[in-house]
Ligand binder design. Structure first.
Ligand SMILES: C[S@@+](CC[C@H](N)C(=O)[O-])C[C@H]1O[C@@H](n2cnc3c(N)ncnc32)[C@H](O)[C@@H]1O
Length: 396
């Protein structure tokens, strides 16, 4: 099978996780290269489809269709004009081009993008007598251009909608986490399905639903469609087989214990609806996946459970619920509940507030820098060993 170059962008901090995931899909280890905010890899189109279907961490999968040296925007036009776009789509689709750059010397990236569009359209006009039209909002085909100092790459987006959209989310709770970041929190915390999991600030249920999906071995892309399904050149019979295999691997009977709570009963209702849409109704019905309204300040460990993990992104900044007074005071009370009711557990909290450990009067045993969209965050680990994690009182 001919080899293609791909680039899978992901949130900053998830590159290593994503590399391992791509390697697990049988990519050639010599061709998998983690960079900043993404991983490049090479292989057949089947590998590109597999990453779309199975990746929990990637945001998109981009197929490189041109890579060339340029000097000015005339070169950019020529490269676009000689790129064989027609191998992948015809003149009747709609498209949009998004450009990013690193040390690009061109005066205007917008103008360079326009020249790519001109080159592409002129090529189709010459070949077919008509050309695809631009649709910035809901294009059939999304193209990406990436400019470095002297090279430009053109990519076709194989995902369409971002890959963190797993296809189940109807209603957004307050500031939902992206599913790929939720998956990373679970992986970085060391959670595995045998360990009980509690999210006391569950919002729309992202962490709990992602955990259920991992426990059930459900491929994250099983419930959605992808842009490559409408492109030429992809073996759709093979794609059906890949999906069949993924479906056969799902185990909805997996033993798991996940509890998710939120102070807002409306939000909890939405989380339940989301979890059912994601296919985990059976887990809800027999109590393996439990959502309930509750205040984190009064949280208790699941009855009879071995110590496990608390993983959450608590509210910060303006996201607080009016019921929960000041966030700092609420987090202090939440910490008190953790200390008394969760001995032996490990709590991991994602926050953009660096002062959180101080507010909670806990000393973190680890912190990992992650980005929640553009927001730089810390993922703090607190070990709930009774008595030992209190901060020392100040000397005076
Ligand atoms: C940042 S959001 C969590 C988002 C969630 N991870 C998601 O993906 O949708 C914080 C949540 O904490 C909830 N919350 C605020 N105060 C709370 C409290 N005292 N106890 C429980 N939940 C609370 C809010 O209702 C909100 O849904």
């Amino acid at each position: 099978m001919p080899s293609f170059v791909f680039h899978a962008p992901c949130p900053f901090g998830l590159e290593e996780l994503l590399s391992r995931e791509i390697l697990a899909l049988n990519a050639d280890p010599d061709l998998v290269r983690p960079g900043k905010g993404g991983v490049s890899f090479a292989g057949g189109l089947d590998l590109g489809m597999a990453v779309c279907l199975h990746s929990r961490y990637a945001t998109r999968v981009l197929l490189r269709v041109a890579f060339d040296e340029y000097w000015d925007s005339r070169d950019v036009y020529s490269i676009a004009r000689r790129t064989p776009w027609e191998k992948w789509f015809g003149p009747d689709v709609t498209f949009r081009i998004h450009s990013t750059a690193n040390r690009c010397p061109l005066e205007s990236l917008d103008f360079a993008t326009l020249r790519i569009k001109d080159g592409l359209c002129d090529r189709f006009n010459e070949l077919a007598g008509r050309r695809p039209s631009v649709d910035r909002r809901r294009p059939d085909v999304r193209l990406e251009a990436y400019f470095t100092f002297d090279h430009v790459s053109f990519y076709i987006d194989l995902a369409g909608e971002s890959l963190f959209k797993r296809g189940w989310r109807l209603e957004h709770g307050e500031a939902p986490l992206k599913e790929n970041l939720a998956a990373a929190l679970l992986a970085l915390s060391g959670w595995t399905p045998e360990k009980p999991l509690v999210d006391p600030f569950c919002g729309s249920g992202t962490i709990a639903i992602e955990a259920a999906s991992i426990a059930a071995n459900m491929a994250p892309g099983l419930k959605r469609s992808f842009a490559f399904e409408s492109l030429s050149g992809f073996d759709l019979d093979l794609w059906q087989e890949m999906k069949e295999d993924a479906r056969a691997a799902v185990n909805l009977h997996a033993k798991v214990r996940i509890e998710a709570h939120d102070i807002s009963s409306i939000v909890v209702e939405k989380a339940i609806e989301n979890a059912r849409r994601a296919g985990f109704g059976a887990m809800i019905d027999d109590g393996r996946l439990l959502f309930s309204q509750g205040d984190a300040r009064e949280i208790e460990a699941p009855q009879g459970a071995e110590p496990g993990l608390v993983i959450a992104n608590p509210p910060y900044g303006e996201q607080s619920n009016p019921k929960s007074a000041s966030i700092a005071a609420m987090m202090r009370d939440f910490a008190a509940a953790l200390k008394s009711n969760f001995p032996g557990w490990t709590a991991w909290l994602l926050t953009s507030d660096r002062l959180l450990p101080g507010q909670m009067r806990l000393k973190e045993s680890r912190k990992i820098v992650l980005f929640n969209g553009p927001l730089e965050c810390r993922f703090f680990r607190f070990d709930m060993v009774a008595g030992s994690n209190r901060r020392k009182p100040a000397a005076n």
